[in-house]
Design a protein around this ligand. Structure first.
Ligand code: UDX
Length: 455
């Protein structure tokens, strides 16, 4: 009945056009659509991706594509500095977003609100202009959001800028983080980094509400601090992908041989390795991972995304000696159906860069992690995996083949690994329960839908 009452009420959703942000926004769209809302997605032209896959998979949504306003020259440079993309996006997309919002609001009096990625902070001023309530989706964890909010303090206390000699020191104000875990990006423009983060925090606090792809039982302590520091309505309704498994918003085509290959493997025997959609690693690190996998003697499924290895097209740098050694034991693909992979009974451990989606997906399938964070929130997520939830192990001393081999053996064979797996299964159970009637995310979603309906 309630859902009937929302028929025709339309929500505008505006994701940041990167895979790790599009996935949760589309999942949120599906969740809200199932509650009776009509959905319009505004997609900005992305510098390296096409939205055709997405449109095909979501015929029940209306799509509008706008320009991101960034020139070809600027895009060429952005390929090596994602942070600059975020900064430029917030500046250059403004007129294009304003134009489409004006048109949509004039056309349809049933538009209720805008839900924007938290990083797109410029949307606040535009939404205000059209008197449209604006909610924010934080696609990452609460733990890292609080660290981003603490950056002025970290600068005041001289933790930032980073000093090589202090990386192992604890950040006393933010346990269990060490200085090396602070969520920074390699960028030639540090001021732009601070501006994007400052804008995200300021305009999130000024928003009509914050939607989180997380759940109370996972980030209890961080959530209470968030509620104290961000006095706005807060809706932790995750994990999003568990509401609608297998609804894909992949921008790249997913290699289904991943699944047929896993089908031939014994239960819990395979190491799955992926670094998500943005991270890039050096050739030397790539080769150390390869030899760590080879020396572990476990079967592995490895996602080597074109662009993952700096200065290399794909896997042409793998030596023939390695390929002979792992023949039949290793399967390398360009992009996998990750959620299906993690849910497959053959997968025993996940070597991950700890993007928030990968971290949550691993928790929901109860797969213990070997953490190899690269930048930004991944560092914080990895520290929480290894030291707060204790459902994985972190490679503290860099990507060296012996560290990787030892971490795999520890997780797969030793008593410590057994305990990690037990804790992971407990956490998986909590993730399942929160979505059931009476569960925290279930109830929070009810609050969110009635809140949106009240606009
Ligand atoms: C980025 C940032 O790097 C990350 O730190 C932040 O939390 C979100 O934005 P990304 O690096 O792509 O994301 O990582 P992640 O958050 O893990 O998202 C990757 C998504 O792509 C996941 O939903 C995963 O299931 C999917 N994926 C990954 C695939 O579908 N196939 C693959 O082969 C690899």
């Amino acid at each position: 009945m309630e859902e009937q009452g929302r028929k025709g009420r339309r929500l505008l959703l505006f994701p940041l056009p990167l895979q790790g942000h599009i996935n949760p926004m589309l999942q949120l769209a599906n969740i809200l659509h199932s509650k009776g809302f009509s959905i319009t997605i505004i997609l900005a032209d992305n510098f390296n991706t096409s939205s055709n896959n997405i449109r095909a998979n979501y015929p029940h949504f209306t799509f509008h594509t706008i320009s991101d306003g960034i020139s070809e020259d600027e895009k060429a440079k952005i390929d090596i500095d994602v942070l600059s993309l975020l900064s430029l996006f917030n500046e250059k997309c403004v007129p294009h977003f304003r134009k489409v919002l004006r048109e949509l609001v004039l056309e349809d009096s049933n538009i209720v609100c805008l839900i924007s990625d938290s990083i797109l902070h410029f949307t606040k001023a535009v939404a205000d202009r059209f008197k449209l309530p604006r909610l924010v989706l934080r696609t990452g964890g609460v733990c890292s959001l609080l660290i981003f909010a603490a950056i002025p303090l970290l600068r005041n206390k001289a933790y930032l800028p980073l000093q090589e000699s202090r990386l192992e020191e604890a950040v006393e104000e933010l346990p269990p983080l060490r200085i090396k875990d602070l969520p920074l990006f390699k960028t030639c423009n540090v001021d732009a980094l601070y501006q994007v983060i400052e804008g995200m925090i300021r305009e999130t606090k000024a928003s009509s509400g914050l939607i989180l792809n997380s759940f109370e039982q996972l980030e209890q302590f961080s959530m209470s601090k968030l509620r104290h520091d961000f006095p706005i309505p807060i809706f932790p309704i995750g994990p999003f992908h568990s509401h609608f498994p297998a609804s894909s918003s992949s921008l790249m085509s997913q290699d289904q041989t991943s699944i047929s290959w896993l089908d031939t493997r014994p239960p819990k025997s395979v190491i799955y390795i992926s670094f998500g959609s943005v991270a890039a690693i050096e050739v030397n690190d790539f080769l150390e991972i390869a030899w760590g996998l080879a020396n572990s003697n476990y079967p592995f499924l490895w996602v080597v995304r074109p662009g993952l290895i700096c200065g290399s097209e794909w896997i042409e740098l793998l030596p023939s000696e390695f390929l002979e050694r792992v023949d039949g034991r290793g399967h390398i693909v360009k992009w996998a159906p990750q959620q299906q992979v993690l849910a497959h009974p053959a997968v025993g451990a996940f070597c991950t860069h700890n993007g928030w989606n990968s971290t949550l997906e691993s928790i929901c399938e109860g797969v213990p992690m070997i953490c190899m964070p690269c930048f930004g929130d991944q560092m914080v997520n990895a520290r929480y995996v290894s030291h707060v939830w204790k459902v994985g192990v972190q490679l503290e001393n860099g990507l060296k083949r012996t560290n990787i081999e030892n971490a795999i053996r520890m997780l797969m064979e030793e008593e410590e690994g057994k305990q990690i797996k037990e804790r992971m299964l407990e956490l998986k159970e909590k993730a399942n329960l929160c979505l059931k009637p009476g569960g925290s995310s279930y109830e929070s979603l009810r609050s969110l839908t009635s809140y949106i309906s009240s606009f």
